[in-house]
Design a protein around this ligand. Sequence first.
Ligand SMILES: Nc1ncnc2c1ncn2[C@@H]1O[C@H](COP(=O)(O)OP(=O)(O)OP(=O)(O)O)[C@@H](O)[C@H]1O
Ligand SMILES: [Mg+2]
Length: 270
Amino acid sequence: MSKILEINNLSINFATRDGSFTAVNNISFDIEKNQTMALVGESGSGKSVTAMSILQLLPKPQATYSQESSIKFNNKEIIDAAKEDLLSIRGNIVSMIFQEPMTSLNPYHRVGNQITESILLHSNVSKKEAIKEAMDLMSLVEIDDVSRRFYSYPHELSGGQRQRIMIAMALVNKPELLIADEPTTALDVTIQAQILDLMGKLKTELGMSILFITHDLGLVQEFSDQVCVMKNGEIVEQGDTNEVFTNPSHAYTKKLLDAEPQPKPIEDLR
Ligand SMILES: Nc1ncnc2c1ncn2[C@@H]1O[C@H](COP(=O)(O)OP(=O)(O)OP(=O)(O)O)[C@@H](O)[C@H]1O
Ligand SMILES: [Mg+2]
């Protein structure tokens, strides 16, 4: 299988008022084409910092990378890459969705127009074609009654619908990698399951890879092919999700699994 992302010996330090702080400590993992990798671990373990580093969105000069650190997309190093290369990665190869869609959607613009604008920014099509594409994307993420919802403002939608719009926005550039940082924590369990199902379906249809960040081991088990377990900035265990879950080798993973209430089969929640 071919690798879309290869992270090797990644260490990230933050300069703070109290001195230097290592948020990510020598981690390595790869993401294959059309696979979902989950990053799981307690709060503060370095999951979001890792995700932000992949898009080179960490604040400079506070955040620094060790000499050995390497993040490669399709074999191309992106740490300290030229600005144009980074813009092209952010615009064309990778998209990111966040926990709270309200922070990423403009409250004053109709959601359909926001998707249309984004399409116009990314491709050389007429406004009419962009609107048609935006409506198609809204259907793809299973928004019902698209011709009406197109004209809704974000606050007129439910949390689940907003999250679907966010995913539609993230798909505008047909990304090879979708980074989803706790994309469903604000949603109730039934909607969470629907959104993650949808992401899984889109992964297959569009041949994407997904980096899925979550606290929830039940969701990892259900939706990811591989998993990295993070603790204090380190990956303490990684591998195929099924193997890690049936045969955890690290004490921390065992503890996490023991602490997890037995996940209900997700079908029961629908
Ligand atoms: N800009 C920054 N400056 C200094 N420290 C930071 C900065 N950003 C993150 N950190 C620190 O890095 C560590 C890892 O943070 P990160 O956001 O990656 O955690 P996380 O695993 O995503 O946690 P959560 O599950 O709560 O989202 C934390 O201790 C955090 O305080
Ligand atoms: Mg986080």
